[in-house]
Write a protein that binds this ligand. Sequence first.
Ligand SMILES: [Zn+2]
Length: 52
Amino acid sequence: MATFAVDCPGCGTTKEHMTTTASQIGVHCSCGVTFTVDIDEQTVDDWWERES
Ligand SMILES: [Zn+2]
């Protein structure tokens, strides 16, 4: 299965093993940022800080 990596827009941590099976995926980073990834572009689509 093809995978790719993107960097968290909040802390820069590389998130690996993104799969290309969905049209969009959501990632919850430990730094408190949630972001969505555009599969076609393999880039961060939108992101926001989680309410705590
Ligand atoms: Zn982060």
